[in-house]
Design a protein around this ligand. Structure first.
Ligand code: IMP
Ligand code: MG
Length: 344
């Protein structure tokens, strides 16, 4: 890796909802990248909790907490115009948020089309219009950010800005959305979303070549959840999941998330397909209660440390970040121990 610049791409390794918002929020505050890019679309909600505030973001990069970070939306991403302005106001990031000329725009018509679509019902789509808008884009009839007067102050050449920032030696953080097993190519088709959610797919959405990337950070949760239909290996009954404290509700649709124990095989495959250099595991406090809000590796319960080491042994990649609570700062950051320096 280069000495001066670090380009990191963060992606989900299961079915989305691994806690990427928390991880990216942490990295934004801690590593202070000068530029952060969000990919994907409004079907994906990233939750960022900081102090007494909670944001559920579907458009704006989760690194917004760092006020000196320039925020970008990828050309391959899709936004909703009302949602964009709502989140700009909630995060107070006006003046440092930009999108690409070619970022796609979802309209009410796309949402209506998905609501009456049989396949979308069958797979348990979030019905936010993302698949319909993507289909229109493939057919070359989707309107893009450059077509909307209200967005004229926000549009830029995002690939150029990102690549120039990297060439100047600035740190860049790329935020993937959803998880590998929702990928149109690598997921549990047809129970998948309308894009490739892998690190390569995410980079393609940004307009950044793979050789520019130093760190591929794959995020897992300490258990697996899935919303909507489709296979979930070793799925727990709702009663058992509830008893174990693993029941969550989806941040976009409010649906109950199906739950299963951490899956080593899925994790190993996600590491392979993403060429992960590091792994984050969130919500370890859900499995080991004494891990709650711990911020040092040595203070984690022994059983938790052993469990993490077992995973590392199996996936052959270091677990560098461990989430111990909902606040973005509730994190064990092992990067110094693992690399001997704050490689990031
Ligand atoms: P769609 O992309 O909204 O059409 O949804 C397709 C499938 O992906 C459904 O099973 C959704 O529940 C799932 N999905 C889409 N986005 C997310 C996400 O951000 N987190 C979790 N599941 C998602
Ligand atoms: Mg989510």
């Amino acid at each position: 890796m280069r000495d001066t610049t670090t380009v990191t791409v963060v992606v989900g390794g299961f079915f989305g909802d691994e806690g990427k918002g928390k991880v990216v929020g942490y990295l934004g505050l801690h590593d202070r990248p000068s530029l952060a890019v969000r990919t994907g679309s409004i079907n994906a909600g990233h939750t960022v909790v900081y102090g007494d505030k909670t944001w559920k973001l579907r458009v704006i990069p989760s690194a917004f907490l760092n006020r000196s970070c320039r925020l970008y939306i990828a050309p391959g991403a899709l936004i909703g115009i009302d949602l964009f302005f709502k989140e700009v106001s909630e995060t107070g990031c006006d003046g440092r948020i930009f999108m690409d000329f070619n970022t796609g725009v979802i309209t009410e018509e796309h949402v209506l089309r998905e609501r009456r679509d049989e396949v979308m019902n069958k797979i348990g789509s979030t019905k936010q219009g993302v698949g319909a808008a993507t289909a229109d884009r493939v057919m070359r009839i989707l309107k893009l950010a450059r077509d909307y007067e209200v967005l004229s102050n926000y549009v830029r050449d995002v690939p150029l800005d990102v690549n120039e920032a990297i060439n100047r030696g600035e740190d860049v953080l790329i935020e993937g959305t959803q998880g590998l097993y929702l990928s149109l190519y690598h997921g549990t088709y047809p129970y998948v979303t309308s894009r490739d959610t892998s690190a390569s797919g995410v980079l393609s959405e940004v307009g950044l070549g793979p050789k520019k990337v130093d760190e591929v950070l794959v995020v897992f949760k300490s258990y697996v959840t899935r919303v909507g239909e489709g296979p979930l290996p070793k799925e727990l009954s709702i009663e058992l999941a509830e008893r174990l404290g693993l029941i969550e509700r989806a941040s976009v649709t409010g649906r109950i998330r199906r739950a299963a124990p951490f899956n080593m095989e899925l994790a190993r495959r996600a590491v392979m397909i993403n060429s992960a250099t590091q792994v984050a595991i969130t919500k370890i406090d859900a499995l080991f209660k004494d891990a709650s809000n711990i911020r040092e590796w040595s203070k984690l319960p022994l059983a938790a440390r052993k469990w993490v080491e077992e995973i590392e042994e199996f996936i052959k990649v270091p677990v560098t970040l461990i989430g111990t609570g909902e606040d973005v700062t509730a994190m064990v950051d092992r990067r110094k121990d693992v690399y001997g320096s704050l490689r990031r």
